[in-house]
Design a protein around this ligand. Structure first.
Ligand SMILES: [Zn+2]
Length: 119
């Protein structure tokens, strides 16, 4: 079984990695931002590309932020002493699952999506 300390360390590393990736996306080069020139200039094709790049960057930023909040939530659960306990049924989450997905908040039987699905 992976020790909780090892998992916590992995989560902390993951948090740092995500934070620096988010910063990298936020600090993306100015040419990826739509400019007045690309909107009002004579090159509409370029404007389309800029918008596409901007959308990709925003989607990536949203994806990374989502992951970061899961990792931060898992670290908070360590502090509360509820790490490794399924949020849905209160049973311990199997170590293999935590090993594969250190920020899992539910056991294999209780995926969050299933809890939200009306039956
Ligand atoms: Zn469960």
């Amino acid at each position: 079984m992976p020790s909780l300390d090892a998992l916590k360390l992995r989560l902390e590393e993951e948090r740092d990695r995500l934070q620096s990736q988010i910063e990298a996306v936020a600090d993306r080069p100015a040419e990826y931002r739509p400019t007045v020139d690309s909107y009002y200039g004579n090159h509409l094709a370029d404007a389309g590309t800029d918008t596409f790049e901007e959308e990709k960057a925003l989607a990536l930023e949203a994806h990374l932020s989502g992951l970061l909040s899961k990792v931060e939530e898992a670290l908070r659960r360590f502090e509360k002493g509820t790490y490794g306990i399924c949020e849905a049924c209160g049973q311990p989450i199997p170590p293999e699952r935590l090993e594969a997905l250190p920020y899992a908040t539910t056991c294999v039987k209780c995926p969050p999506a299933a809890a939200r699905r009306a039956r």
